[in-house]
Structure formats: structure tokens, C-alpha cells
Design a protein around this ligand. Structure first.
Ligand SMILES: Cc1ncc(COP(=O)(O)O)c(C=O)c1O
Length: 404
């Protein structure tokens, strides 16, 4: 008889957003006349920028002619895209990252879930709490997290770094030295960032204790404050301890197009084994490349027109963020985030649990948000609203919330 990967059996419940979707479907089936406003899942709503569409059309036409047709992409991604990334995301910021340290992928979800594969099973992981659930879940699947305690909703072998109102949602160095540190900055769900000097502190810490930082910069485009780094490689010494993940989903609306990349610097080594070589081997074996059309679309995000159009798109969502935050504060809520990230993180009123507040908002205001507890135990008592809706829906949602 075949055997299954028992680690999957350890996963508590279904993925957060599947649970929300099930609840919302049940509610709409029971109340078909209600007009729901969805500010839950972090999916974008604005159409792709004209520069991106133009590049995709051109690439589609190329695919229709034998002379310009493209089959499998090169393992690391097309050079035109990796060169644009190295230039615009790194060199322009003073970071010395070369195109052959960049691995183009189909997005940061798969990369953030897959990267743990190149590390040993005994590594201790440290995660901010609350955070994007994929980091912990992917480590559960590979048996790195120990035993689950349903009461505290924690894993025995995971080091949680609580980020709450009390510490300004900023992680502190753990008492026990971890081997792998996941940092998501700006953070999903709290919207928190840390100043450059503090990020430098994390790089120094990782180099000192011999840990690797897996740095998820999916929301980098939303950073508005000057002293917040756009890449971990702005810190000295980061190339010997950090892997950076990036996505085109939130800065360019590619959630349905699918494109991202991972940077593994050649200096990053475990004794004398290069992680770059390992990730190249993994990528080459398990991934067959992002589509040519999509990589051309990614390249277009770096053209002058593309950059200007995306800046407008980010500004559009950040106007929603300000609308949500101000609206919530006017209604008496305590709200955070929304300055360097498209997420608003609010304290639930009257000590309501996150899921109770989810039901309350769904039933009384017909607004869908995300319960904070779904992002980790320290998210209990908090709730996330996203700025990715349309401006009209965002305004309408806030009007409804204010009337509660
Ligand atoms: C922190 C973080 N990383 C990665 C992702 C997924 O990005 P992608 O769409 O590129 O897979 C998300 C999506 O919400 C996210 O919040």
C-alpha cells in the first residue's frame, strides 16, 4: 500500500482564504439579495497598465510567426528581463546584484513555499507573528515544524516573533537562535516596515548567528517613507545571508498573469556549498520557466511609460488605504498600516475575536475582510482590510462600517 506524506495530515484546517471563501459562499447562497463588498483577499482589481498590454500584444504576435516564436524559456529567465531587474530594482538603488543571481519565476507564493526545500530538515525557522501563512505551512508540509498545539495555535519547533500593538508590530531578535528567518517587509498583514538601521540590525544578527534570511518584498512598491529599504541588499553584508523574493502581483497587477523572481547571491554559502547552485538545480529540475509573453510584460514594467503608469496604480490603491484608515479612525477604531503597504490592520472592537468580527462585518455591513488570527496566534483580536478594491467600493464599505 502506498503511503502519503503524513506531514500534510498535521496541517490544521484549510488554507485561510479557502475558509473565508467557503464562509462567504454559504452567506451569499443564504442571502442572494445582499451586495457584498470584498476587502478580504489581497487581490488587485485595476486592469493591467497600457504599457504592459502593449508588450503582451507584441509578444503574442511574435509567438504567431516561426521566426520569432519562443518555446521553453532559459532556466533562469530571459536575459532581457533579468537585465532590467538588475538595473532598475538593484543597480539604481546601489545594490550589487547581477542578472545571473536572479531567478525568474511564476510568483512569490511558489518561491516562498519552495525555497525551504534547499535547507535541511533540522533547521529551526523563525517567523513574524502574524505573517503570510505560506511560510509556516510549507515548512509543516516538509516536516520541519514539530508538533502542533491546537490551544495556542503554535508549532513546537517554530520560533514565533510576536508583532503586536505593544511592540509597534516590529519583530524582536528571538531568544533562541534560528537557522532560517522569514521577514516580510512591508509586512502582510500588519503593513509594518522597519527603518533601514533596524533592517541592518537583522542582517548583522543573521550573519552573527549563521542564519539565512528569506526576505519577502512582495509589497516593496508601496513603501512611501524615505528611510525604509526597498531591498534587503541595501544593507551591508546582506549578500552573505539573505535571499530576496519579489512579485509583480501587487506592483503591476499580475496576480492573474503570474510573474516573480528570487535573488540568491553567489556569496550566500553554507560552509562552502553555494545556495545559488542549489537553487539553480532545483529551479532547472522542477520549473520550466515563466511564459515568454509574461516575461515581456514584466520587462514593460521597467519602461518609462510602464513605471509612470504603475506609479499611478499604486497611488490609486494607496488613496483607498488612506480612505480606509481615516474612515476607521473616524468610526472610533484603532487602525494601523496603510502608509507603506496596501493593508489596514485594525484592532477588533470590544475584545471580539477575529472570526467573530469577520462574521459581524459580513452579516451587518456585508463587507468581507480577513480575520487576523488566520495569520498567526498574535493576530487574534485584529482584522485586515485591503486597499485593493475599487475606490467606489472602498468608500461604500467605509460608509457601511461607520453606520454600524
Ligand atoms: C507576502 C506575500 N508574498 C507573496 C505573495 C504571493 O505573491 P504572488 O502573487 O507573486 O505569488 C503574497 C500574496 O498575497 C504575499 O502577501
Amino acid at each position: 500500500m502506498f503511503k502519503i506524506n503524513e506531514n500534510y495530515q498535521k496541517l490544521p484546517g484549510s488554507y485561510l482564504f479557502s475558509t473565508i471563501a467557503k464562509k462567504v459562499t454559504a452567506y451569499t447562497q443564504a442571502n442572494p439579495d445582499k451586495d457584498l463588498i470584498r476587502l478580504g483577499i489581497g487581490d488587485v482589481t485595476q486592469p493591467l497598465a497600457p504599457a504592459v498590454i502593449e508588450a503582451m500584444h507584441k509578444a503574442v504576435d511574435e509567438m504567431g510567426k516561426a521566426e520569432t516564436f519562443h518555446g521553453y524559456a532559459p532556466d533562469l529567465g530571459y536575459e532581457f528581463l533579468r537585465n532590467a531587474i538588475a538595473e532598475h530594482d538593484y543597480k539604481c538603488r546601489g545594490c550589487d546584484i547581477s542578472p545571473d543571481e536572479i531567478f525568474v519565476s511564476d510568483g512569490a507564493k511558489s518561491d516562498s513555499a519552495n525555497i525551504q526545500e534547499i535547507f535541511g530538515p533540522d533547521n529551526r525557522i523563525a517567523v513574524c507573528d502574524p505573517v503570510y501563512p505560506v511560510y509556516v505551512d510549507s515548512n509543516v508540509m516538509s516536516g520541519r515544524t514539530g508538533v502542533y498545539d491546537a490551544k495556542s495555535e503554535t508549532w513546537s519547533d517554530v520560533i514565533y516573533m510576536p508583532c503586536t500593538m505593544e511592540n509597534g508590530f516590529v519583530p524582536e531578535f528571538p531568544k533562541e537562535a534560528p537557522d532560517m528567518i522569514y521577514l516580510c517587509l512591508p509586512n502582510n498583514p500588519t503593513g509594518t516596515t522597519i527603518p533601514n538601521a533596524q533592517l541592518q540590525g537583522w542582517v548583522d544578527y543573521a550573519n552573527k548567528v549563521g542564519a539565512v534570511i528569506i526576505y519577502d518584498g512582495a509589497y516593496e512598491a508601496y513603501i512611501s517613507e524615505a528611510d525604509v529599504a526597498h531591498s534587503i541588499y541595501e544593507c551591508e553584508g546582506a549578500k552573505s545571508c539573505a535571499i530576496e523574493l519579489k512579485s509583480y502581483s501587487k506592483n503591476a497587477g499580475f496576480t492573474g498573469v503570474r510573474l516573480g523572481y528570487t535573488v540568491v547571491p553567489k556569496e550566500l554559502k553554507c560552509n562552502d556549498v553555494s545556495l545559488h547552485g542549489m537553487w539553480a538545480r532545483r529551479h532547472g529540475t522542477k520549473f520550466n520557466g515563466a511564459p515568454y509573453i509574461v516575461q515581456r510584460a514584466g520587462e514593460a514594467t521597467y519602461s518609462p511609460e510602464g513605471k509612470a503608469q504603475l506609479k499611478e496604480q499604486v497611488a490609486y490603491y494607496m488613496k483607498n488605504a488612506a480612505t480606509i484608515k481615516n474612515g476607521l479612525q473616524d468610526a472610533g477604531y484603532t487602525a494601523f498600516g496603510g502608509v507603506n503597504a496596501p493593508y489596514i490592520w485594525l484592532k477588533t472592537p470590544d475584545h471580539m475575536s477575529s472570526w467573530d468580527f469577520f462574521d459581524y462585518l459580513l452579516e451587518k455591513a456585508n463587507v468581507v475582510g480577513t480575520p487576523g488570527s488566520g495569520f498567526g496566534p498574535s493576530g487574534e483580536g485584529y482584522f485586515r482590510l485591503t486597499a485593493f478594491g475599487s475606490f467606489e467600493n472602498t468608500l461604500a464599505a467605509l460608509e457601511r462600517i461607520k453606520k454600524l
